[in-house]
Design a protein. Structure first.
Length: 104
């Protein structure tokens, strides 16, 4: 149904353009042909935008591990660490500060 609406819209645009060209007395056949080609290219471009058929999924996620790691690095570093933090310290907790890792 949506495709028929786009088709109808493109036909309406084409009819308006051809009507304007019919009103123009000095319109040559080559100008008419070029305008027809331009309208066709615009229609194809619109169809490609509406129907994005790239064969893949439409979500733009990078499938990254978007964990909420809040590693502010200002703690005293007295813990033993669990190796999940991606902050300023190492996995042993030596001077790594606060590891508010939510992916546990």
């Amino acid at each position: 149904m949506f495709l028929s609406g786009i088709k109808s819209l493109s036909i309406d645009i084409y009819n308006v353009i051809t009507h304007v060209m019919d009103l123009t007395i000095h319109c040559t056949l080559s100008e008419y042909f070029l305008l027809s080609v331009a309208v066709g290219i615009l229609g194809i471009g619109l169809a490609k935008i509406v129907y994005d058929d790239d064969g893949g999924d439409d979500d733009d996620d990078d499938d990254d591990d978007d964990d909420d790691d809040d590693d502010d690095g200002d703690g005293d570093g007295d813990g033993d660490g669990d190796g999940h933090g991606h902050g300023n310290g190492d996995a042993n907790g030596v001077g790594d500060g606060d590891d508010n890792d939510d992916d546990d």
